[in-house]
Design a protein around this ligand. Structure first.
Ligand SMILES: Nc1nc2c(ncn2[C@@H]2O[C@H](COP(=O)(O)OP(=O)(O)OP(=O)(O)O)[C@@H](O)[C@H]2O)c(=O)[nH]1
Length: 297
């Protein structure tokens, strides 16, 4: 660029190179921040648009513009990828049209071909990103959702615990365990046992306002409450216990009624996930020991 007397664009390219190195370093150290992507891609876009505007078109800088949709979609996702790709094709087409030397190029054909290739790459990136988002959503639901009740599972509980632990001082956990669930399976069969679990999950969804309801496995459920007092946590547990006691879970030949025992724990500052769970489990054990259909906190 120095020998070609293009100092401005040379300077931008130099900054892009330095900043790319910085981004590589920060991501390899796990220090990546979203503004890195925005700055890097803004600089790259500026560099490419400047090249298209200043350099001779025959030098081929235009072709770099074709890579932009790929970078936008891979770094910014579907929505922003679409917007940035659309803005760039409009800007590039105008610049190429203005700059095309009619003695050498036929302007509309140049713009047409550039736009066509750009749009095909853009379309492929868009379809790929749509698929990618669908797959990620599906895999996320497989990893974090309980297949039977559609509640969140133990992995989700752990992840939420970590997030809440960092942001809130006050957290309560309710472990809800169906009493004598084995008898329901033994008497009515496993399929009806499954429907009972689904119905219990539905009653929990009705009782609990937030979405922090999880199935730990088997006939054990967990609810997390943020920023409430010990007394409020106990009251909410009682409400759940009574709601389940009053519900009818499966009407076929006869109504199935059931009860739950609930253990409540409150978070201590030095609690890890296992300690928090263990504390609630101990209270649950106490509730079972004291005759079931009971809340212990
Ligand atoms: N239908 C069905 N049953 C399950 C599922 N997961 C675990 N179970 C059954 O849940 C029952 C749990 O039995 P226990 O651990 O003895 O507990 P319980 O009978 O509820 O007795 P207490 O908890 O002491 O009141 C077992 O019979 C398991 O087979 C499931 O996904 N579906």
């Amino acid at each position: 660029m120095i020998t070609m007397q293009k100092l401005g664009i040379g300077a931008v390219q130099f900054i892009v190179a330095i900043f790319s190195g910085y981004c590589f370093y920060t991501s390899s150290k796990g220090l990546y921040r979203p503004w890195h992507s925005y700055t890097l891609l803004s600089l790259l876009t500026l560099n490419i648009l400047l090249s298209i505007s200043i350099m001779e078109l025959v030098a081929g800088a235009t072709y770099w513009g074709l890579a932009l949709p790929f970078w936008y979609y891979s770094l910014f996702g579907l929505k922003k990828g679409f917007i940035f790709s659309a803005v760039v094709i409009l800007l590039s087409a105008v610049v190429i049209l203005i700059r095309t030397d009619t003695n050498i190029f036929m302007p509309f054909r140049t713009v047409f071909n550039f736009t066509l290739v750009y749009c095909s790459i853009w379309l492929v990136c868009h379809i790929y990103e749509v698929q990618n988002q669908k797959t990620s959503k599906f895999l996320r639901s497989l990893a974090l959702q309980d297949g039977l009740t559609d509640l969140q599972n133990r992995h989700a509980l752990k992840a939420d615990f970590r997030a809440f632990h960092n942001s809130f001082d006050c957290l309560h956990m309710l472990i809800i365990d169906i009493d004598h669930f084995k008898n329901i399976n033994d008497k009515y069969g496993h399929d009806i046992g499954d429907s009972v679990l689904i119905n219990v999950a539905n009653v929990l969804k009705e009782c609990v306002q937030g979405k922090e309801i999880y199935r730990l496995g088997g006939e054990e459920f967990v609810v997390l409450y943020i920023d409430i007092s010990d007394m409020e946590a106990y009251t909410k547990a009682e409400e759940i216990r009574i709601a389940i006691e009053k519900s009818v879970f499966y009407s076929h030949k006869e109504d199935i009624k059931l009860t739950v025992s609930i253990g409540v724990s409150s978070l201590h500052p030095d609690h890890e996930f296992a300690d928090f769970l263990r504390a609630a489990d101990q209270k649950l054990y106490q509730a079972k020991h004291e005759g079931r259909n009971k809340v212990c906190s």
